[in-house]
Design a protein around this ligand. Structure first.
Ligand code: HEM
Ligand SMILES: *[C@@H]1O[C@H](CO)[C@@H](O)[C@H](O)[C@H]1NC(C)=O
Ligand SMILES: *[C@@H]1O[C@H](CO)[C@@H](O)[C@H](O)[C@H]1NC(C)=O
Length: 498
């Protein structure tokens, strides 16, 4: 018998159980979502806790693996990379965490923190280069040395290029070789190429007393290939840039080895009257066991460090001066004044160099604005506490000189070229703190004075001997290195024999 009540009850219970089922499904799904949300919150919280525990500076690690590398590279490929740093400083403060070139990195734009990093080289921090670069440099280069050996070789390099050595030995050749090069200038030249040639010849002369000629020029060709390797993807096939750089390295090393051997032979023959150059100093030092291979690596790296940097500053000084005619006029006046007291063929001497105050302003300002070494990478050797944060052991730090040099709070109108700023108010206190174009601490550039002298002598002969104008519009880029896109083509006209 089917009672309608029953039926309806059945229907009702059916509906209920249906509802029940739906409700259960919804509840299940709800629970799932809730569960996932809780997990996510937990993860975020744990990460947050870990961050706080580690005390890393705030920041953004960007995408997996590549991090913020693409943003950095694309900013540095323009002539105004500042927004990359500015935006992060605004959001996170002067120390921030990012992820560039394959590793999470603490990026410092703070002068005090930078100073701390530089001064604690060898204690809390170590300089660190990827193996692709150390393969090109060679294991025994100063840049890769550590500990006591580094200390000893750094001071040896310092004393090879200190001011009394420059005054008594190197200056005369600098003057001669700069003139020798400028003599050939006429019409259209690519300034960056020409200055590279000059600084290469100077460095070879200074390191091993070898005068420019075919040997130097063919060595230089290989060097250009070698240097390209530093900024290429390190795939070591013979047809890649990196592979060609490795080959070039072998050739360069062989050529240098020849010079080292030759010198060793000569020293045996006539003891006591050897050339006073870096190679001589290395071999003296080597009585206790400097091998040929070590001497070669050492020289090779010095050539890399000395010549690209100095020639770029020469080129950019000319570019900035060309764009700032009043500065160029003042510079010219200074050098015409020096020339007027000398015979045409007289070389510049140390007292001339010391009476170029405005030239030094121009050089300082070029170094400040151009930042060819935009900063240095270091690795924390242990957990390092700095400015209320903790940098975990093994992490990378980038001490950005660029960010400090172009900080509007530290330099008035920081982003314009204004050599006069060095005249009227030399930048505030503690040198090596807010102005560090040559780094600082145990790895302070040993060539800082030598570079200044070379640039000064170059500018002297350029402004007294020539007039020029840009042949094309050209602009700066900062990646992979600081340079002008078109190697700064100019039209030069000789005013008198340099
Ligand atoms: C305008 C030209 C130059 C600039 C801006 C410059 C800049 C620098 C900077 C910032 C460092 C420090 C790198 C670090 O801390 O990791 C450095 C190191 C070095 N520089 Fe220069 N440099 C210039 C010219 C030269 C010259 C002419 C020489 C040749 C003697 C030279 C040889 C070296 C060497 C050997 C190191 C490594 C020092 C070490 O690791 O102990 N530099 N340079
Ligand atoms: C420069 O180095 C030489 C040794 O190469 C040393 O005799 C001289 O005292 C040094 N001069 C200065 C100013 O440090
Ligand atoms: C240029 O900078 C150096 C620090 O690298 C400083 O000692 C020197 O006084 C500066 N020159 C001028 C003219 O301000």
């Amino acid at each position: 018998m089917k009672c309608p009540i029953h039926l309806s009850a059945l229907a009702f219970s059916c509906k209920i159980s249906n509802l029940h089922l739906k409700k259960e499904k919804i509840q299940k799904r709800g629970k799932m979502v809730l569960f996932l949300l809780m997990i996510a919150c937990l993860c975020i919280y744990l990460l947050y806790l870990q961050r706080r525990k580690q005390g890393l500076p705030p920041g953004n690690l960007g995408l997996p693996f590549i991090g913020e590398t693409l943003q950095l590279v694309s900013a540095y490929k323009t002539d105004n990379p500042e927004p990359f740093i500015d935006a992060r400083v605004r959001r996170y403060g002067s120390l921030f965490t990012t992820h560039v070139f394959g590793e999470p990195t603490v990026f410092s734009t703070d002068p005090e923190a930078n100073r701390f990093v530089l001064q604690n080289e060898g204690k809390l921090f170590e300089s660190s280069y990827p193996s692709s670069i150390s393969n090109l440099l060679g294991r025994h280069s100063l840049l890769l040395m550590k500990g006591n050996l580094h200390k000893r070789m750094h001071s040896l390099t310092m004393s090879f290029a200190n001011s009394s050595i420059i005054r008594d030995h190197l200056l005369v050749d600098i003057d001669r070789l700069v003139r020798f090069n400028l003599q050939r200038w006429d019409g259209l030249i690519l300034l960056q190429d020409e200055t590279k040639k000059i600084t290469f010849e100077l460095t070879v002369k200074q390191l091993m007393s070898f005068d420019p000629g075919e040997w130097t020029e063919s060595l230089r060709k290989e060097y250009l290939l070698l240097i390209e390797g530093f900024f290429s993807v390190p795939i070591p096939f013979f047809f890649t840039t990196y592979g060609r750089a490795l080959q070039a390295r072998t050739k360069v090393a062989a050529a240098l080895r020849e010079r080292v051997r030759e010198r060793k032979e000569r020293r045996k023959e006539r003891k006591g009257e050897e050339e006073k150059d870096m190679l001589g100093a290395l071999l003296d030092e080597g009585e206790g066991g400097f091998s040929e291979e070590e001497a070669v690596d050492f020289l090779l790296a010095l050539l890399v460090a000395g010549y690209e940097t100095t020639s770029t500053i020469m080129t950019l000084a000319v570019k900035f001066l060309t764009e700032t005619p009043s500065a160029l006029a003042l510079l010219k006046e200074e050098h015409e004044g020096i020339r007027a007291k000398k015979k045409e063929s007289d070389a510049l001497d140390w007292s001339d160099y010391k009476s170029m105050p405005f030239t030094q302003c121009v050089i300082n300002e070029t170094l400040r604005v151009a930042n060819i070494i935009s900063g240095v990478f270091r690795r924390a050797v242990s957990d390092v506490h700095i400015k209320g944060y903790t940098i975990p052991k093994g992490w990378k730090v980038f001490a950005s000189f660029r960010a400090v040099h172009l900080d509007q709070d530290l330099y008035k109108d920081a982003r314009t070229f204004n050599p006069w700023r060095w005249q009227n108010n030399p930048p505030p206190s503690s040198p090596g703190n807010i102005y560090t174009p040559f780094g600082g601490g145990p790895r302070l550039c040993p060539g800082y004075e030598l570079a200044r002298v070379e640039i000064s002598v170059f500018l002297h002969h350029l402004v007294t001997g020539f007039s020029w104008f840009p042949a094309e519009k050209d602009r700066l880029v900062f990646f992979p290195t600081t340079r002008t896109l078109k190697r700064y083509p100019i039209q030069v006209r000789r005013r008198k024999m340099p």
